[in-house]
Design a protein around this ligand. Structure first.
Ligand SMILES: [Zn+2]
Length: 141
């Protein structure tokens, strides 16, 4: 004969009788599905939705890890680009000598443009670094 364990539904508190040979069932009152976890002397019910969420979290972690890898690559490329840009900017700036050079520097639209672009690039690099830090923190939770 089959033994029954009396439990309350975790969702609706309805009285349930769970047969020994049942591993998963839907509550007869509220319809929520549960997995029966049997320990040595204990029995507990876990909602099926939770297990699905756990699987989904696993997938999300992989998506986050891929995103972090992509950010790392982008940041490296960006850093190289900024380095080249900055050194050509520095070179151009220091290669202007004499009074006319200084005046050329002060009023050069190229210099202003380059400076604005560099500022944007540094901001973008910072943004990517912060995004990577945020994602890394998410993963360690
Ligand atoms: Zn129920």
């Amino acid at each position: 004969m089959t033994d029954f364990v009396a439990l309350s539904c975790p969702s609706c508190r309805g009285k349930l009788k769970i047969a020994d040979d049942i591993n998963q069932f839907a509550c007869g009152y509220c319809g929520n599905e549960f997995i029966v976890n049997r320990g040595e002397n204990t029995i507990s019910l876990a909602p099926v939705v939770d297990s699905i969420n756990q699987v989904k979290q696993g997938v999300d972690r992989i998506a986050i890890e891929l995103q972090i890898q992509r950010l790392q690559r982008e940041r490296l490329e960006l850093a190289n680009y900024i380095k080249a840009k900055q050194s050509s900017f520095d070179y151009w700036y220091t290669s202007q000598s004499g009074l006319f050079g200084v005046i050329r520097c002060l009023f050069s639209s190229k210099k202003q443009q380059d400076k604005a672009e560099l500022t944007e690039l540094y901001a973008l690099a910072r943004q990517k670094r912060e995004e990577q830090e945020r994602l890394t923190a998410l993963l360690s939770q």
